[in-house]
Design a protein around this ligand. Structure first.
Ligand code: UD2
Length: 341
């Protein structure tokens, strides 16, 4: 009897000690969580729910449920549209999106000799890029004094931001992820609805408009739209965080153009910047720098809309069967002459 009582008391004491330990542990976890939460920058986004309102009486060509482009794919296996000429009606789509009073931020980088590309980039953007929408360009350069005077249209503006010069073109290209991440945090979060990041050694030749808007936008690279996935120049070394093994991958996306809503692009740039830093700490640089990390990101976080290579073409004088219109293309450059290394 006495033995049973002693056993019962020990059991109760053990229970009390155990609950105490669990309670203290919980409190500590909660404190950690609070500390972690304090360290997180809470960003508020401008976005409202996007409704696709159409104006009464608007006339446009009847859409067909049967007839469309048959020479290209206009949808991905995860049901995201792929935008080609002939897959959208410009009048209809402009009318829908103009009602939303949008601001489209666009970043472009011109360091070293790449300042020579600014004028044509901006002047051609005035002709073709989101015409009739509020567009705010953010130009990052190490030589603000050499930014040419470009007449901007109504509701369009340019902010020049000085950055330090870098000795390697690879660093200039990769650094864009961090610069865009910080710009979104410090400047854009509650000001713009969408953001695009574009290469500067380019020009606009045709319409680039509201058909390109969406949550997360990738552009199919002009040199790989007809390649097998094992020919894609993904990073193939497992030591890099950009690694994509043979047999995996959807498309090969261009590093020269990507975009989306502020929240989604912030997540993309933050992840790529973190992965670039981890790779650097492990003394590895992905084969195509931030473009390799972008491709890994898009493999795991599928874009909600893809733009065909019309939106990042090889050059205005280059042709290929499915390209009915060149909207945005690289301009010729002598790599050895323009790059710092
Ligand atoms: C590819 C990508 C590019 C980037 C790069 C990564 C395409 C069509 N192009 O282009 O986006 O992912 O590979 O390695 O997808 N820059 C300067 N000053 C310099 C060097 C670069 O400002 O001295 C900036 C500039 O905005 C330029 C961008 O970095 O447009 C990319 O550099 P690039 O055009 O020389 O890279 P490229 O042609 O190899």
């Amino acid at each position: 009897m006495l033995f049973r009582q002693i056993f019962f008391i020990i059991l109760v004491l053990f229970g009390m000690v155990l609950s105490g330990v669990i309670y203290l542990n919980n409190i500590q976890n909660r404190c950690n969580q609070q500390v972690i939460e304090q360290g997180v920058i809470k960003l508020t986004w401008k976005q409202e729910t996007v409704e696709l309102h159409s104006s009464p009486g608007l006339l446009y060509k009847q859409p067909s449920a049967l007839v469309g482009r048959t020479d290209v794919a206009s949808v991905t296996p995860w049901s995201a549209p792929i935008i080609w000429e002939g897959t959208f009606d410009a009048t209809l789509i402009d009318s829908i999106y103009k009602q939303q009073n949008l601001t489209i931020a666009t970043t472009v980088f011109a360091l070293g000799k790449y300042t020579r590309f600014i004028k044509d980039f901006l002047e051609s953007a005035e002709q073709h890029y989101f015409v009739g929408f509020r567009v705010h360009f953010y130009l990052f350069t190490d030589q603000p004094e050499s930014v040419p005077e470009v007449k901007m249209g109504e509701n369009r503006s340019l902010t020049v931001l000085k950055v330090q010069s870098l000795n390697r073109w690879q660093d200039i290209s990769m650094n864009r992820m961090e610069k865009l991440e910080k710009l979104i945090e410090n400047e854009l979060a509650d000001k713009a609805d969408y953001v695009f990041c574009l290469d500067v050694d380019t020009m606009f030749y045709g319409r680039w408009g509201a058909e390109s808007l969406g949550r997360l936008i990738g552009v199919i690279h002009p040199w790989f739209f007809d390649s097998q996935r094992d020919q894609f120049t993904y990073e193939r070394r497992p030591e890099s965080l950009a690694y994509i093994p043979a047999g995996e991958g959807d498309y090969y996306y261009a590093g020269a153009a990507f975009g989306g809503t502020l929240e989604d692009v912030h997540n993309l740039t933050k992840t790529c910047r973190e992965h670039l830093n981890i790779d650097a700490a492990n003394s590895i640089e992905a084969v195509w720098q931030e473009e390799s990390h972008l491709n890994k990101y898009f493999l795991l976080n599928k874009p909600s809309k893809l733009l065909s290579p019309e939106y990042m073409w090889r050059g205005i004088s280059e042709g290929a069967a499915p390209i009915k219109i060149v909207r945005f293309a690289n301009v010729p450059k002598n790599y050895a002459e323009v790059r710092p290394n």
